[in-house]
Design a protein around this ligand. Structure first.
Ligand code: BTN
Length: 248
């Protein structure tokens, strides 16, 4: 696994994309101490001040079309939950599609970006942002309620070790993901840690909103929402996100 370290980049996803286009192998990572244009889903900005958080991206090149990018997004958020527990003793939960939450506030997010060439998936870039410290930062003016690791852990925070652990957790599961049973197991584990299973939710896109009860996720990373007619609607993570006011 090759890790490129930078003091500052625009966005680790963009830096890694350039490398991917130049033939960088699977497993390469770009990690920066700060980003000038860190971004989240829907083009939102991701505040990335030096030393305040983890900002890194991992390159994957799934060899089979059976591994869908939405599933990689679920896998990555689950890896963060596992790493936070193992390294820091912190219990985190998941909010669909890819938010990691502690005490109902967002501590980390995952931005999965893909490139298709000749109708096949050429690469997947998994960008991870995790808030470590917030002293001197104003987390209140965000689109969502945010928190940082220092507020929830009694253990010393070792950023390098945490990155290493998250990457290990992702790669461990990713290597087994061609197995359909493993994919199902992953969805089950994700559901187990999800904050809003069997809760009323509203999922929104710029064009429409779907209300119903959140039941589960499938191997494409989509949400299965049961409407009051009893009909199950499959909602695609690429287009929709969950509106939190309704959920909590
Ligand atoms: C989200 O919750 O909307 C996803 C946030 C992802 C932020 C990370 S920070 C490292 C990587 N580089 C970026 O520009 N974004 C991701």
């Amino acid at each position: 696994m090759r890790i490129y370290l930078y003091e500052q980049v625009d966005s680790t996803n963009d830096t890694l994309k350039e490398k991917a286009l130049a033939g960088e192998p699977e497993g390469s990572v770009v990690l920066a101490r700060s980003q000038t244009s860190g971004r989240g889903r829907y083009g939102r900005s991701w505040i990335s001040k030096p030393g305040k958080g983890l900002y890194f991206s991992l390159l994957l090149r799934p060899a089979t079309a059976d591994i869908q990018p939405g599933l990689i997004s679920l896998l990555s958020s689950l890896a963060i939950v596992d790493a936070l527990k193992a390294e820091q003793g912190v219990s985190a939960q998941l909010k669909w599609p890819n938010d990691v939450m502690v005490d109902k506030a967002k501590i980390a997010g995952v931005l999965v970006e893909t490139l298709y060439q000749d109708h096949r998936l050429a690469h997947v870039i998994v960008g991870i942002g995790l808030n470590l410290f917030d002293a001197g930062m104003d987390l209140s003016g965000r689109f969502f309620k945010a928190t940082s690791l220092e507020r929830h852990t009694r253990k010393k925070i070792d950023p390098d070790r945490l990155v290493q652990r998250i990457l290990e957790e992702i790669m461990k599961e990713y290597r087994l993901l061609h197995n359909p049973l493993r994919q199902k197991r992953l969805c089950k584990r994700w559901r187990h840690h999800c904050l809003h299973v069997n809760r009323p939710v509203k999922v929104v896109s710029p064009y429409e909103a779907i209300s119903g009860v959140f039941r589960e996720v499938d191997v494409a990373g989509s949400a299965l929402i049961e409407q009051n007619t009893g009909e199950i609607v499959v909602v695609n993570a690429g287009e929709f996100s969950l509106q939190e006011e309704i959920c909590f």
